[in-house]
Ligand binder design. Structure first.
Ligand code: ADP
Length: 151
């Protein structure tokens, strides 16, 4: 059986911190599906979803075992559709932990065959935060150091 993991997130934008989690995840999983979640009823994104899809695909173009998709449903449902038995998530700090602790229990209630797997962020990347990257970009700052692709 192939070990397939879903790496879900908003990825608005996808950062070097996210890239690190995916690349480290390759030592645990045969395939990783990066899943960009969005709410079809209210588009509150800063970076267009199709644009981000292209950026992430470009980042991992040399890795056949990594794919990128968008979804607009329960993460547990999408994981089942993709044949993913694992949810990959990154943990930066205690705030992430509190949130992930709750959400992983709900996800497990929704899909008993799925386990969440957490990787602790690499220290040099822990400070990278999508919302701060958005703010810097909004006001014309250079965010290239935080992203694994060029905008
Ligand atoms: P969400 O909206 O689901 O929190 P994000 O796109 O913010 O989605 O994050 C997706 C996953 O990546 C989460 O598990 C989050 O903790 C993790 N993550 C976010 N930033 C970093 C980072 N700098 N280093 C490692 N993991 C990160």
């Amino acid at each position: 059986m192939k070990r397939v993991a879903l790496f879900p997130g908003s990825f608005d934008p996808f950062t070097k911190g996210h890239e690190d989690i995916v690349l480290r995840g390759l030592s645990l999983f045969d395939e990783i599906v990066i899943a960009i979640g969005y709410n079809s009823k209210k588009n509150t994104r800063y970076f267009e979803i199709e644009f981000m899809l292209g950026c992430i695909r470009q980042t991992f173009r040399t890795y056949p075992q990594i794919s990128v998709e968008t979804y607009s449903e329960l993460t547990a449902t999408f994981a089942r559709k993709k044949g993913a038995s694992y949810l990959l998530r990154g943990l930066r700090n205690t705030t992430d932990f509190e949130y992930e602790n709750t959400i992983s229990q709900v996800n497990r209630d929704l899909n008993r065959n799925m386990e969440s797997v957490f990787l602790i962020t690499s220290p040099t990347l822990a400070a990278i935060n999508s919302s701060i990257v958005r703010e810097v970009h909004r006001y014309g700052g250079d965010v290239s150091a935080y992203l694994p692709y060029s905008l």
